[in-house]
Design a binder for this molecule. Structure first.
Ligand SMILES: NC(=O)c1ccc[n+]([C@@H]2O[C@H](COP(=O)([O-])OP(=O)(O)OC[C@H]3O[C@@H](n4cnc5c(N)ncnc54)[C@H](O)[C@@H]3O)[C@@H](O)[C@H]2O)c1
Length: 322
């Protein structure tokens, strides 16, 4: 049974509606949809946004990170994000307070033992993800589902290090997760149908829009976005135009809300390096190979918004949107 605070409000009502649709669709019993407590492993750019989505939908949400500083930064950003959401009338003060009340951060992995699903959003590195999932397998009961937010790694390969590969699924949220509704959902080769169906219904209960993709490097979005972004970085390298003018041209002509260089600053150049390298390793697509400028920017500490400078300069570390 949900805590009373979560039984009320639009998040819980929407969750019940989606859950009923799920039972009708998959002809399963209520016991199949037992997701009430969410774990998010990694409290960086993506983990912080995913945690907002889960808490805003009314789920009890436990965020785990090895770095206390990352948790503190995410908490500050989240409080500021919800304050802006109230100011701009996207949420009532009560809804924002309720979301903050169900959200907790921890550096203790054992706290994730209570979770029905853990979404990992740690570094894009197979070894790091295997080490984390191996530990989680010891901490969480066998019923807990593991979801990976990987952009480019194989869900099947990630699942192989989990000790429970039938209960691992890809859930690729898009940046900024707190605003973007798309989630690419990918079963690995050994993901069970029940796991996929439960994760799909959970995704809808979050208020997100799931799209099914194969377990393929880059899924749908990054398959074209990473080579496209690398092309734009090469334009900067070649001195073709100023970053602001490249972004303006692309936004104006293609109707994008953000320019590719603004988006790269939000992604983080360090994360872009990891995802582009993983896409290149998986596809050998020459345009996925990361331009040299990216490594130089990382060496200079120009990681994007998170470090205060990327292709643009930033003051403060506020989260995007409201
Ligand atoms: N940034 C994006 O645009 C984006 C978009 C979609 C998906 N992703 C994917 O999301 C994942 C995370 O990316 P990000 O950009 O949020 O990275 P990030 O570097 O901003 O954050 C990663 C966080 O994980 C923590 N961490 C690292 N190892 C850990 C461990 N073993 N246990 C717990 N915490 C650990 C770090 O302390 C850090 O706070 C990657 O798989 C990436 O491919 C990123």
């Amino acid at each position: 049974m949900l805590p009373s605070a979560l039984r009320e409000g639009s998040g819980a009502r929407e969750r019940n509606r989606v859950t009923s649709e799920f039972f009708a669709l998959f002809g399963t019993t209520e016991h199949s949809f037992m997701i009430q407590t969410i774990g998010v492993a990694g409290s960086g750019t993506m983990g912080a946004g995913i945690a907002i989505v889960a808490a805003r939908a009314g789920f009890r949400t436990i965020v785990y990170d090895t770095a206390q500083a990352a948790l503190e930064r995410a908490r500050n950003q989240t409080e500021a994000f919800f304050a802006r959401s109230v100011e701009r009338k996207r949420l009532t003060r009560e809804q924002a307070d309720r979301a903050l009340a169900v959200l907790q951060g921890t550096t203790d992995i054992d706290a994730l033992a209570q979770c029905d699903i853990v979404i990992e959003a740690v570094f894009e590195d197979l070894k790091v993800k295997h080490a984390l999932l191996g530990k989680l397998d010891r901490v969480c009961p066998p019923s807990t589902l593991f979801a990976s937010n990987t952009s480019t790694l194989s869900i099947t390969e990630i699942a192989a290090g989990s000790g429970r590969d039938e209960r691992v699924v890809g859930m690729h949220f898009c940046l900024p997760a707190q605003l973007m509704r798309l989630v690419e959902m990918s079963p690995g080769l050994r993901t069970s149908e029940e796991t996929f169906a439960t994760a799909w219904a959970f995704c809808q209960a979050l208020g997100q829009v799931p799209v099914k993709t194969k377990d393929n490097p880059g899924f749908i979005l990054n398959y074209f976005l990473i080579p496209f972004n690398n092309d734009v970085i090469r334009m900067v390298e070649a001195g073709l135009a100023e970053p602001a003018d490249i972004d303006l041209a692309i936004k104006t002509a293609l109707g994008y809300a953000m320019g590719p260089l603004e988006l790269l600053d939000l992604v983080g150049l360090d994360t872009h390096l990891l995802v582009a390298e993983a896409l290149y390793a998986g596809t050998h697509e020459p345009r996925a190979a990361v331009p040299a400028l990216v490594r130089r920017m990382i060496a200079a500490g120009h990681l994007g918004r998170k470090s205060g400078q990327g292709f643009y300069k930033y003051s403060g570390s506020a989260m995007f949107g409201a």
